[in-house]
Design a protein around this ligand. Structure first.
Ligand code: TXA
Ligand code: MG
Length: 354
């Protein structure tokens, strides 16, 4: 084990971890891989202009190379260097929501490595608001390509501990910025065709987007309203995205007790451990479910912040089934419900998380 590396109880190598932003930037300049906090989830970063570093990033993440990465920038003013063009709607969204949990899909400039974009002529750009991320990006000076810092097939990490558990010693440095404030990934909006097309719900709600630029289109609506150009594949639509290992059942809050009873009946006497993931206040009316309770905060932003950590905790505790209450689909509730539905969706056996 090299100096500065830590081992865990099993002797597995752990990446050096700390809060040294200058060291993180230096490692990125040398082609290294640095996991870093953002306000949404942790990212696994590499120099977006260094093909060798990007190749290693895809390998460590275990992600197919056709699958594009988001390029993170220090400042919205850097945008013209990375985008070949920016329609007015994109400019409006950038001005309104950056720094923050919004990714814009734009035509890429020649500066963006085709390795980062999976060969596409578009690129996802985002200016994160986490102070440590911004400091690192400023110190580095270029673009940092970063998928969520989970191994392909795992839930996005929202603490440095999650990253360490997934990526172990395969990265060069883990910048520890504590728990992520938002807890779900960025909202992704495609502006390549002059209109806002919502590809992934996330930290910026549909209502916030629409207050800024008017109605946003679904990819299906964009395809049927003759917007010029092909609709990019909506990300996060692969089956079994965002799923814990436990089977997840997502139902309306008042259907939770019946869903738990159904899971117990289905177990037919076998030892099946069922957990209930629901807002804390819901458990007040469910005394019979107290033993299964895994309460989440009652407010939507608290729910989003703690959702992924809760799924990881329940997996670690060995639950077989998670019955989760769907929140009201307003504001951030829409992104939380989206992730719960995906987690409950059919699973293929390829474990296709991003
Ligand atoms: O909050 C986030 O967005 C986090 C933090 C680290 O910034 N990142 C993240 O990255 O979630 P990732 O790679 O796990 O998910 C990015 C999604 C993928 O589904 C990818 O397909 C999509 O963005 N994406 C990236 N570039 C794209 C492009 N040019 N066109 C369409 N989709 C794109
Ligand atoms: Mg991901």
């Amino acid at each position: 084990m090299r100096d500065g590396e830590q081992g865990d109880a099993t002797g597995a190598a752990r990446a050096p971890r700390g809060t040294d932003v200058a060291r993180a930037a230096e490692l990125l300049r040398g082609g290294g891989l640095v996991a870093f906090p953002t306000e949404t989830v942790y990212g696994l970063g590499a120099d977006a202009s260094n093909d060798a570093a990007l190749g290693r990033l895809y390998d460590v993440k275990g992600r197919p190379r056709s699958h594009p990465l988001i390029v993170h920038l220090a400042d919205a003013h850097d945008l013209p260097r990375w985008a070949a063009s920016l329609p007015a709607v994109g400019m409006k969204l950038a001005m309104r929501f950056w720094p923050g949990p919004l990714t814009l899909i734009v035509k890429r400039s020649a500066r963006v490595s085709a390795v980062a974009t999976g060969g596409k002529d578009t690129v996802g750009l985002r200016v994160p608001s986490h102070p440590m991320a911004r400091e690192m990006l400023r110190a580095f000076g270029g673009g940092v390509a970063a998928p969520s810092a989970n191994r392909f097939g795992r839930i996005s990490p929202t603490t440095a501990e999650h990253v360490a558990a997934d990526l172990g010693g395969d990265i060069d440095y883990l910048l520890d910025g504590g728990s992520c404030e938002v807890g779900v990934e960025s909202t992704i909006v495609d502006v390549t065709r002059g209109k806002a097309v919502l590809l992934r719900l996330g930290g910026i709600s549909r209502e916030e987007l629409e207050a800024a630029v008017g109605p946003v289109l679904t990819p299906e609506a964009a395809a049927s309203t003759q917007l010029a150009g092909p609709t990019p594949a909506a990300p996060g639509t692969l089956v079994s995205h965002y799923a814990p290992r436990a089977l997840l059942v997502a139902v309306a809050v008042d259907e939770v007790p019946a869903a738990v009873a159904a899971e117990r009946a289905r177990a037919a006497g076998r030892a099946v451990r069922v957990a209930v993931l629901a807002p804390a206040q819901a458990f007040a009316g469910w005394s019979a479910l107290a033993a299964h309770a895994h309460p989440l905060p009652d407010d939507l932003s608290g729910m989003a912040r703690e959702l992924y950590g809760a799924m990881r905790d329940l997996d670690a505790a060995g639950f077989d089934v998670i019955v989760a209450a769907l929140p009201a689909e307003v504001g951030l509730g829409e992104a939380v419900a989206d992730r719960l539905r995906r987690a409950a969706g059919p699973r293929d056996n390829q474990g296709q998380h991003e």
